[in-house]
Design a protein around this ligand. Structure first.
Ligand code: MN
Length: 222
């Protein structure tokens, strides 16, 4: 359909790939919906925020969530839509150089798969439709994030804005309780175990550090 290359025009237009280490984004392969992926990156840009990304339509649909996802269903987190990112952005961890769009350090804070749970009158709703309608329910299967969440658009147009909210899900709720959000400086990459500061300092970086470390970790845990 050529859909995904069109979807990435905005992403590519904002970046100079001779200067930023971010992926320029090949064509994304459509994967089956049962194993769609998500990533949450912590991005120490002009304003520190989390980037929440869900695989859909061959790209990563993206929202900037200043305070990050909450495990507390009563916390509504503002999620501002940003441009679609290429699928291989999922593993991007590093430093976007000064002067470049989104300059600052990025770590992969969480990663995993999600299950679309969107429905309307008891009928399942495909992801594309759910996003177009402005309400999507899904279950995250990450290393840090688990359980049901919902994204709901509450404002359209140029100021389009969404809310990311944990949905009450009895088991998790009672077992884990809700801890306050830890300081971002203490958060670590789920791929390499590094903090923002360590990534900024280039510690533990190799040729393709995130991918290798990520594979090793997954292999060891599953
Ligand atoms: Mn960002």
């Amino acid at each position: 359909m050529g859909h995904d290359s069109d979807a990435l025009t905005k992403y590519r237009r904002k970046r100079d790939f001779r200067r930023t280490p971010e992926p320029s984004g090949g064509r994304g392969k459509q994967r089956n919906a049962a194993s769609a992926r998500f990533v949450v990156q912590l991005h120490d840009a002009s304003t520190l925020h989390f980037d929440f990304r869900l695989e859909a339509e061959g790209v990563l649909k993206s929202w900037a969530v200043r305070k990050g996802p909450s495990a507390d269903p009563s916390d509504k987190r503002l999620a501002m839509p940003t441009e679609d990112h290429p699928l291989d952005y999922r593993d991007f961890e590093g430093v976007v150089p000064p002067g470049q769009y989104g300059s600052g350090t990025v770590i992969v804070w969480d990663q995993g798969t999600y299950t679309n749970m969107s429905e309307h009158d008891g009928e399942p709703v495909p992801v594309t439709e759910a996003l177009a309608e402005g309400h999507m329910s899904f279950a995250l299967h990450g290393k840090k994030l688990h359980g049901a969440y919902a994204l709901t658009r509450f404002r359209e147009g140029e100021d389009e804005a969404w809310l990311l909210v944990k949905r009450a899900d009895r088991r998790r709720h009672s077992r884990r309780g809700h801890r306050p959000d830890p300081a971002p400086s203490r958060l670590r990459s789920v791929l390499t175990g590094r903090t923002l500061k360590q990534v900024a300092a280039g510690e533990g970086s190799r040729d393709r550090p995130t991918r290798r470390a990520g594979r090793r970790r997954q292999a060891g845990r599953r």
